[in-house]
Every structure is written in structure tokens, then in C-alpha cells.
Design a protein around this ligand. Structure first.
Ligand SMILES: NC(=O)c1ccc[n+]([C@@H]2O[C@H](COP(=O)([O-])OP(=O)(O)OC[C@H]3O[C@@H](n4cnc5c(N)ncnc54)[C@H](O)[C@@H]3O)[C@@H](O)[C@H]2O)c1
Length: 434
């Protein structure tokens, strides 16, 4: 039988709805897939599957504003891959949301879910809106209309949204209620990150920070770095950074520097983390905290420390500041905090980077627990949840560490190898329909 021509020769390299000159975050993701392809063996035959989303829905979200005018917002839901299970990923409300960004975030969810081996594909959603400019009732109308518009593709066994930037438990409660009203039954399992009284899970709020801490401890063990006395710098002291900072401090590390949107603070002897968390709760940020020196934001990156945790925004560690970083270990709490150029600089300087696709997977892992609890309507204790979370993160990290050692690659590439093989193996076994 003549051998079939490679499928790629019949395919367009890029979908026509993307501008090849401005690929945005999707371009970074494509580079990451290209980097891993040589390690996929015979599964590389299926790699095109990863380079295009399975489904991308763009919706118009019209709402009546409080002043009586009608506003239209652009909404998205992208299901990147569902070979391993239903789509899973957050919903972001931000004025800069684009299709390229949602596509990249949905693809990183496919990788993350496969890396920790939870039975999901990857998805993500968003609305191009600055929610801080909306009243509470406008935000509720926006959320409900968006949920109805994407209702044709989401569902507890189809695609399960969760909170992301600028969305929270209240937004998830409105999404759950809207979906339930539309299908005519209470459907708690359609979203995760819900309030505990509405089928949410204990431990969910802290889960991402706990996962960051867990992989950090595992990496420290492998590299012979004692946590006791280790100096930690944290960018972003919200849900992820605040929890990770607290857990490191409780384990005997010294949190010596913290930066957030209000400023940067420093104390070489170690900050009083519970007092700092209370200060942030009260004032909205770290600036003005007694018991610390204020410092220039640019100085934060060169602060002497052993562990650096970027837990704020994308694109924070760049070619400009990467060379000044003194930490031996960088744990990515945020999604996409390190640019590819900065990644190479850190690697050349011998800094070990624990990539977002494994480090911040604790959140989706406990989202998975929430979904399982919703199906059975039987809820676990916080200790059970934390124990299971730590076990999953430790096992995932051990597997990825071994792949990195075996192939002489970075932990980011190793995570992509493990995850892409799982996704493409599932694809191969399922086969193509029809
Ligand atoms: N919450 C989760 O479960 C979860 C899961 C996976 C990934 N993440 C990622 O982690 C990151 C942080 O999420 P979060 O839930 O902790 O958000 P959050 O809103 O609770 O906290 C964000 C923190 O970043 C700080 N920040 C904002 N702008 C800044 C700036 N310009 N410079 C320095 N600091 C700045 C804020 O002051 C705040 O301390 C995001 O990238 C998010 O996508 C979160």
C-alpha cells in the first residue's frame, strides 16, 4: 500500500482568523509545541491536533446598562482539546482579552490538566470588559447573558468553567444559576470555584498557593536546598502569592521581599507574614506595612533571595530583568510570567524554573475534587482534600523531574513532553471520527 502523504501538507499552518504577524500568546504556545515535538516519537504524527483549537465560540454579549443605554461586549469560549475528557478552564473578565489570548490559555489548560493527570481537556473563556467600570447589577447581567450565549457548548460533562482574573465565587454562583435555569434543574457541576454553600469545595481558595508550595518543597529536596531559613521573594500577594508566602513562612523560610500593585517592601530578617496578610486585607496592598523598608519596584528583581515566586501577572520576568535575578529557584504561580527570552537567560544562569503548567495546577486539581464532590453530592473534609492535592502534585512533579533528567531538558519542556504524550495517546486510541 502506498504510504499516505503527511497530513500537514493538506493543512493550513495557521487558521485564517489569526494574523500571522500578530499571533500574541498563541505564538508563544506554538513555539512550545514545536520545541517538544522531537520528543514525541510516533505520537508526533498527531501533533497538528495541538496546534489548533477544537472549537472556538465568539459571542456578542449585549446588556442594558444602569443608565438605560445598551452596551455590547465581545465574549469567547475556546475548547482547545477534549481528547482526555470535558473542557476545563477559567473565565477572565478583562479589557485586554483577545481570541489569541483565550486560545493560548485554553491550550495551557490542556497541558496543565494532562500534566497532573486529571481527566479533563483544556478550555478557557473571557469577556473583553473592564469589570471595575460596571455596577454589581451590570456585572450580574453581563455574566448571565454570557453564560446563556456559551450555554450551547458548556455543561458538567462538556466543559466546566471556573474563576480566573477578575471573576470569583459570586460570578460562578451566577453562572451556575443561569445554566441551571436554562436546563431546568440544579446543575452545580457546571462550574467550579463556587462558594462552599453552593457545592463549592473546602480548600479551593488556598489550593493554587498550596500547590506552588508543594512543588517548591519537592524541587528544594532534589536540589539540596533547605526550606528552613531559605529567603523567599514573592510578586503578587493575593490568593496565590499570599497563600504560598504564608506556607513557606510556616515551614521556616523567611519571606524577605514582596511586591504588589501598590509597591515593593523588603526586610532581610523576614517579614511577619500573618501581619502582612492582615495589612493587605485592611488596606488593599503591601505599601505602608510597618516592619519593612519600602523599595523601588525595579530593585525587587535583584533582591538577594533563594526562591522567587512570580504570582501576579503575565510577562513579568523579561530579558531586561532576568539577568539580575539572584534566586536559585523560580516557582511560577502566575500564568505565563516568564517570556521565552527570559527563560533562556535564567537557564543559562543556572536558575531552576518550575513552570506554571505544573506549579499552579493545584487550583484545577481541587476544582476537579469539587466537580467529583458535586456529582456524588458527598463532601470531603479539608484535610482529605489537602492530602489528596499534595499527593497528586508530588507524583506529577516526580514524573516530570525524571523526564527532565532522562532527556536533559528544562522542566517546562519535560512537562510539555509528559502532557502532550498523554493527550496525543488518548487521541490516537480514540481515533478520528468518522
Ligand atoms: N487563583 C487561582 O486559583 C489561580 C490558578 C492558576 C493560576 N493563577 C494565576 O495566578 C496569578 C495571580 O492570581 P490570584 O488569584 O492570586 O490573583 P489576585 O487578584 O488574588 O492577586 C493578584 C496579585 O497581583 C498583584 N499585582 C497586580 N498587578 C501588579 C503589578 N503590576 N505589579 C505587581 N503586582 C501586581 C496584586 O496587587 C495582587 O497582590 C494570575 O496570573 C492567575 O492567572 C491563579
Amino acid at each position: 500500500m502506498p504510504s499516505k502523504p503527511p497530513i500537514a501538507s493538506h493543512s493550513h499552518a495557521l487558521p485564517s482568523y489569526l494574523d500571522p504577524q500578530h499571533l500574541g500568546p498563541w505564538g508563544i504556545y506554538l513555539q512550545q509545541v514545536d520545541r517538544v515535538t522531537p520528543y514525541l516519537g510516533s505520537l508526533a504524527r498527531w501533533v497538528e491536533t495541538l496546534k489548533r483549537p477544537k472549537r472556538a465560540l465568539i459571542v456578542d454579549v449585549p446588556i442594558e446598562m444602569d443608565d438605560g443605554t445598551i452596551a455590547h461586549f465581545e465574549g469567547y469560549r475556546v475548547q482547545h482539546n477534549t481528547s482526555r475528557g470535558p473542557g476545563k478552564g477559567g473565565v477572565r473578565f478583562h479589557q485586554d482579552v483577545t481570541l489569541s489570548e483565550v486560545m493560548a490559555l485554553s491550550a495551557w489548560m490542556s497541558i496543565k490538566n494532562a500534566a497532573v493527570n486529571v481527566p479533563y481537556g483544556g478550555a478557557k473563556g473571557g469577556i473583553r470588559v473592564d469589570p471595575k467600570k460596571l455596577s454589581r447589577s451590570e456585572l450580574e447581567r453581563l455574566t448571565r447573558r454570557y453564560t446563556s450565549e456559551i450555554g450551547i457548548i458548556i455543561g458538567p460533562t462538556k466543559d466546566i468553567p471556573a474563576p480566573d482574573v477578575n471573576t470569583n465565587g459570586q460570578v460562578m454562583a451566577w453562572m451556575m444559576d443561569t445554566y441551571s435555569m436554562n436546563v431546568g434543574e440544579t446543575s452545580t457541576g457546571v462550574v467550579t470555584g463556587k462558594p462552599v454553600d453552593l457545592g463549592g469545595s473546602l480548600g479551593r481558595i488556598e489550593a493554587t498557593g498550596r500547590g506552588v508550595f508543594t512543588v517548591g518543597v519537592e524541587a528544594a529536596k532534589h536540589t539540596g536546598m533547605p526550606i528552613e531559613g531559605a529567603r523567599v521573594a514573592v510578586q503578587g500577594f493575593g490568593n496565590v502569592g499570599g497563600t504560598a508566602g504564608r506556607l513557606f513562612a510556616e515551614a521556616g523560610a523567611k519571606v524577605v521581599a514582596v511586591q504588589d500593585h501598590t509597591g515593593s517592601i523588603h526586610n532581610d530578617a523576614g517579614l511577619d507574614v500573618p501581619a502582612l496578610l492582615a495589612h493587605v486585607q485592611e488596606t488593599g496592598g503591601v505599601a505602608g506595612f510597618a516592619g519593612a523598608d519600602q523599595m523601588q519596584d525595579a530593585e525587587f528583581w535583584s533582591v538577594p533571595c533563594d526562591i522567587l515566586i512570580p504570582a501576579a501577572l503575565e510577562g513579568q520576568i523579561t530579558a531586561e530583568n532576568a539577568g539580575r535575578i539572584q534566586a536559585k529557584l523560580v516557582i511560577e504561580g502566575a500564568n505565563g510570567p516568564t517570556t521565552p527570552e527570559a527563560d533562556d537567560i535564567l537557564h543559562d544562569n543556572g536558575v531552576l524554573v518550575l513552570p506554571d503548567v505544573i506549579s499552579n495546577a493545584g487550583g484545577v486539581t481541587v476544582s476537579y475534587f469539587e466537580w467529583v464532590q458535586d456529582f456524588t453530592s458527598f463532601f470531603w473534609t479539608e484535610d482529605e482534600i489537602n492530602d489528596r492535592l499534595v499527593r497528586i502534585m508530588q507524583n506529577a512533579f516526580a514524573g516530570i523531574w525524571q523526564v527532565a533528567q532522562d532527556n536533559g531538558v528544562s522542566l517546562r519542556t519535560a512537562t510539555f513532553i509528559v502532557a502532550c504524550k498523554r493527550i496525543l495517546h488518548a487521541r490516537e486510541m480514540r481515533g478520528l471520527y468518522p
